[in-house]
Design a protein around this ligand. Structure first.
Ligand code: SF4
Length: 204
C-alpha cells in the first residue's frame, strides 16, 4: 500500500471504532479522523469538543481559531494550520460536557488507553518532524508530569523529533489570563517560528 492508502486505511479504522461505547465508557462513539498524508506537523489535543463533534473536524471551535492565530503569528501562511498540519487528539470522540463547571469532560485514562494505538499509528506513519502538544493532558502524555509554567515556552527534542508544548487554547482555561503566562505563549510562538524556519516547514 502507498503512504496515502495507509493513512486513508488508518482514518477509516479510527472512524469505525466503537471501543469506548462497547466498554461502557461513552454513550455513543463518533470518532473524528482526517488530515493530509503529507503533513510534517502533527498537532495533538485532548479530545474533540462539541463543535468538532458537529463539524467532524478536529479543533473546529475556539481552540482551533486561537491555534490558527498562533501559527500565523509564527509566520505560517494563512490556512496552514487547518489545511497542512495533521490535527489529532488523545481520544477521537467527544467526551461530553464536564459533570461540574465549564468545558468538556476530560477523557478517562481508560479511554486514552483504548485510543492510544491510533495515535501511535499516526506517529509511525506520518513521522512528523514537529509535534505540537496542546493542553496539559497531551503534554503529559509525551513529556511526563509537569506544570504548564515549566514547559510552555520550551522546545523538547527527542529521538530526532521536536515537541512544542502549548496551553489549551479554547479560552475556558484562565491560565492564559496571567500576563506572565502570556509571555510564555509568546516565547512558544517564537519557538514555533524557529521550527518553521529550521525544518523548512512551509516549503511546497
Ligand atoms: S475515543 Fe478512540 S478508542 Fe474510544 S471509541 Fe472513540 S476512537 Fe475508539
Amino acid at each position: 500500500m502507498s503512504h496515502m492508502e495507509d493513512i486513508a486505511a488508518l482514518q477509516a479504522r479510527i472512524r469505525a471504532c466503537r471501543a469506548c461505547e462497547e466498554a461502557g465508557l461513552l454513550a455513543r462513539a463518533a470518532p473524528i479522523a482526517h488530515g493530509p498524508p503529507a503533513a510534517r506537523v502533527l498537532v495533538i489535543g485532548q479530545a474533540p469538543g462539541g463543535r468538532s463533534h458537529v463539524r467532524r473536524r478536529h479543533f473546529a471551535g475556539p481552540a482551533g481559531t486561537q491555534l490558527d492565530r498562533w501559527f500565523t503569528a509564527a509566520g505560517f501562511p494563512p490556512g496552514y494550520f487547518r489545511e497542512r498540519a495533521y490535527l489529532s487528539s488523545l481520544t477521537r470522540c467527544f467526551p461530553g460536557p464536564a459533570p461540574r463547571g465549564k468545558g468538556d469532560r476530560r477523557p478517562s485514562p481508560a479511554e486514552v488507553r483504548l485510543c492510544a494505538p491510533f495515535l501511535e499509528a499516526e506517529l509511525r506513519l506520518l513521522q512528523p518532524r514537529l509535534v505540537v502538544l496542546v493542553g496539559k493532558m497531551a503534554i503529559e502524555r509525551f513529556l511526563g508530569p509537569c506544570r504548564l509554567e515549566e514547559v510552555v515556552g520550551t522546545l523538547v527534542e527527542r529521538d530526532g523529533r521536536l515537541y512544542l508544548p502549548l496551553p489549551h487554547s479554547s479560552g475556558v482555561s484562565r491560565w492564559l489570563n496571567d500576563p506572565a503566562h502570556q509571555a510564555l505563549v509568546e516565547r512558544a510562538i517564537m519557538l514555533l517560528a524557529e521550527c518553521r524556519a529550521r525544518l523548512g516547514l512551509v516549503e511546497p
